[in-house]
Ligand binder design. Sequence first.
Ligand code: AMP
Length: 334
Amino acid sequence: MDALCGGVPNSRTSKDSHNVSSDNQTDIQAETTVEAPEVTFADLGLSQKVLSAVHDAGYVNPTPIQAGAIPHALQGKDVLGIAQTGTGKTAAFVLPMITRLEKGRARARMPRTLILEPTRELAAQVEENFVKYGKNHRLNIALLIGGVSFDEQEKKLERGADVLIATPGRLLDHFERGKLLLTGVDILVIDEADRMLDMGFIPDIERIAKLIPFTRQTLFFSATMPPEITKLTEQFLQAPVRIEVSKAASTGVNIVQRLVKSKSKGWDKRETLRKLIRAEEDELKNAIIFCNRKVDVSELFRSLVKHDFDAGALHGDMDHARAWPCWRHSAKAS
Ligand code: AMP
């Protein structure tokens, strides 16, 4: 097996969480969704067509941000969702939007809803969500992102977009070319607001918001609430319903954490480690071992090599020439 020593705590991936207990080992279960609400999607007020698409996607229970935001969004209220990626926040705005879009139709160059995303990738993911959950609807979706020809995007706008998903810069480019009117936007979504801030998009967003009627509904999502974002919410949102969901579990469900007892001396710990590695022989092809001091990295590395393990070492004091072959070797082995 290959071992690579670096610097922080250790973890191990496994699909089976029952194979690791013995006298001196304790499994630490990954924190999974402790707060799973008992409500089902059918309780939230979504339309039958949307519920059918959600059912086909295989989801039964809404996540906390969905359970919290969807009923209010359906009532036309402004929502401030403090939630990060991975909490299901995309469906928290996509599902009520599709339901609300069932009434009315799009007019040329006047999108009915606008979703602002900081990156092309996120914008494309949101589009995928509309396709998945809007499979029973005939929604015109326009995606305005950089790196794609203006002509193609203009054609979609010309046809009339129910849903316009855009990055701020490209949206303003279209606006300046006179191909877009934002006066028909009923729902504005600002997603990943704190990332927008990091990327310097706030002035663009302020400009865009001024082009949209004040009577719109605004759904605003941010993982964190730095003062600049709080200020923005005060400016953009009217009597918003605030939904804050706890941080997603920091440990993936496929990660098994173990606490292994050992005597305290360095050689005791190294012996415990060797036993652990050897016990896993067939299953374990490569591993990363983190230590909290550079000196421990060097010592452990020498010890592993002495005991015939194929090991490399890496820490901040090593120059690239020495560290790089170690990473390359490790990547090849994995
Ligand atoms: P998001 O936070 O919107 O990026 O969503 C994270 C992941 O959760 C996506 O892969 C969704 O497909 C999935 N997801 C969204 N809603 C649910 C739900 N109610 N139950 C299970 N998974 C969901």
